[in-house]
Design a protein around this ligand. Sequence first.
Ligand code: NAP
Length: 256
Amino acid sequence: MGILDGKNILVAGVTMDSSIGFATARVAQEQGANVLISNFGRALGITRRIAKRLPTEPPVLELDVTDQDHLDGLADQVREFVPHLDGVVHSIAYGNPETLLGGRFLDGPWDDVAQAVQVSAYSLKSLATATRPLMGEGGSIVGLTFDATVAWPAYDWMGVAKAGLESCSRYLARDLGPDGIRVNLVSAGPLKTLAAKAIPGFGDLEAMWETRAPLGWDNADQIPTAKAVCALLSDFFPATTGEIVHVDGGFHAMGA
Ligand code: NAP
């Protein structure tokens, strides 16, 4: 008996087996969910190969969250496999590492900032509205953030995009609550994924966790984050929405 028994879950944003989305798909399947995963563009082939490494090979959907045709067709794509969704995971972010990250904050060009905000923040709204027709019985949407209440070394414009994502999740919680749809985020500590490796200077952030996280922090272990996402997808948080759950070894609660 798992906490997601019989639930249909879409995990958007799986590229490698290091992706937080991959670990989430794994834990969700282990907890009884029927999982679909998605990715976009050239990496779709990689996602299809990686999908075979999950306990059960899930359907792989194509979804570029900036492509309105993909968003419009998403519900029909999902219905080819399941009649409705109980949960949606948004595990998606992008910011040009050459112009927006690694200490170039004051020079970040608007076009790249706009892309980062669209892919990393606005897309939570896009994904929520695209899947809303599939969640007629209510459901749970969970996204991933990196604590945007403070400024970090290197994170720069992605931090601004994450602040937008955090705010977006609260407004979605307000507007989708009456439909029985909960919207929450997990704020994870630094994890060695493709997205993180692309951030110049991300090692400085990782080093801080080594000394300040009271529970310790394994930056190669996506499972604690995935478990929290699955808990929020489950029926064990029935009265929680607009929330941000920290999965960071306790780092956020320490002053120094
Ligand atoms: P990841 O494996 O690179 O996952 C990011 C995913 O976003 C990739 O599958 C990527 O696809 C996808 N993506 C980018 N642009 C997209 C678009 N236009 N449409 C659809 N998908 C798109 O890295 P991750 O670390 O697991 O990231 C997952 C989430 O966790 C992100 O929101 C990230 O900010 C967040 N997070 C990560 C950390 C960390 O330290 N790693 C910490 C806190 C929060 P491609 O690979 O094909 O570009």
